[in-house]
Write a protein that binds this ligand. Sequence first.
Ligand SMILES: Cc1cc2nc3c(=O)[nH]c(=O)nc-3n(C[C@H](O)[C@H](O)[C@H](O)COP(=O)(O)O)c2cc1C
Length: 360
Amino acid sequence: MTGNSLFEPFKLGELTLANRVVMAPLTRNRAGNGFVPGDLAAEYYAQRASAGLIVSEATQISQQGQGYQDTPGIYSQAQIDGWRKVTDAVHGKGGRIFLQLWHVGRVSHVDLQENGAAPVAPSAIRAETQTFVNNGFADVSEPRALELNEIPGIVNDFRKAAANAVSAGFDGVEIHGANGYLLDQFAKDGSNVRTDAYGGSVENRSRLMLEVAAAVAEEIGAGRTGVRISPVSPFNGVSSSDPQAQFDHIVDGLDALGVAYIHVVEGATGGPRDAAPFDFGSLRKRFRNAYIANNGYDLELATRSLGEGKADLFAFGRPFIANPDLVDRLKTNAPLAHLNPATLYGGGAAGYTDYPAIGG
Ligand SMILES: Cc1cc2nc3c(=O)[nH]c(=O)nc-3n(C[C@H](O)[C@H](O)[C@H](O)COP(=O)(O)O)c2cc1C
């Protein structure tokens, strides 16, 4: 399976994917009822099952891990049962799907937390960002620093969530280590000024992400575990003074664990690919399993990067929203439909399941 085409099968861990096109995780805020994905979510993902792999929208591992209104969870039986409908629908169409596991850390609001508690973070530094809550945008709340003795509980919540994902029928999980959420907050020194074993040096700031990856891999198998990172993305107000050393070290650790893939947001998430200098080839060289590339890819760039050996798989985010049949459209070089920004977050079928396939 070394074909030089986006549309040939690829072996990922123990799975064989039908092609090298991945649907990137996309939050859509439509799980209002107990944060349980409903029938509409099953239809939405099944419509996109021709992707070689779907990575689900980010899904909180605990109530504490939630940062936006109506995002789904994977910590209650009702949530597991809701997700089972999604995985059955995708598998029924011959697709493969991983669940993205999420703890938002400081990117949250007291109105989303149990008893109005402060969101948790590596350090008590408020993010310069907003969240969507109570049907509108609001500044995130002032966080509190996690106590050292609370950290094993966070690792355990990831572990339990991974086990729940497997019992919901997922083919694997992707740990969300990107975009300024909890694990990225620990990794980057703009948000982490701890002086214990989880702050300070590159090794210490990488510790939580690597402990979570080890726990999840132990729970469900390294071959079913992937990790998403965004080394230079400033998304959600994070910054790092040494991203190359930091992420080289993290990827060395992930390689040692033998996880199935790293999913790398190259540049600023949804923005410029050359936002800051960074050698992504260094991550590729350090990691023996699959490299999924993301951020601003189109058919031409993905085909060229594959030919140059820069990545194995290519994740498309925004293009999948309005093009459920994106794989066919890329294969035939058909025109792509444009998404409607007004229906991205929240609502029902409009702008979610009503984008047609070509001829559909
Ligand atoms: C509506 C929307 C929701 C997103 N939700 C998530 C998410 O839940 N998890 C995540 O890691 N990235 C999320 N992203 C980022 C995308 O996965 C992707 O990295 C970004 O859109 C760049 O890829 P693209 O140029 O192919 O769209 C989201 C992006 C958009 C536009």
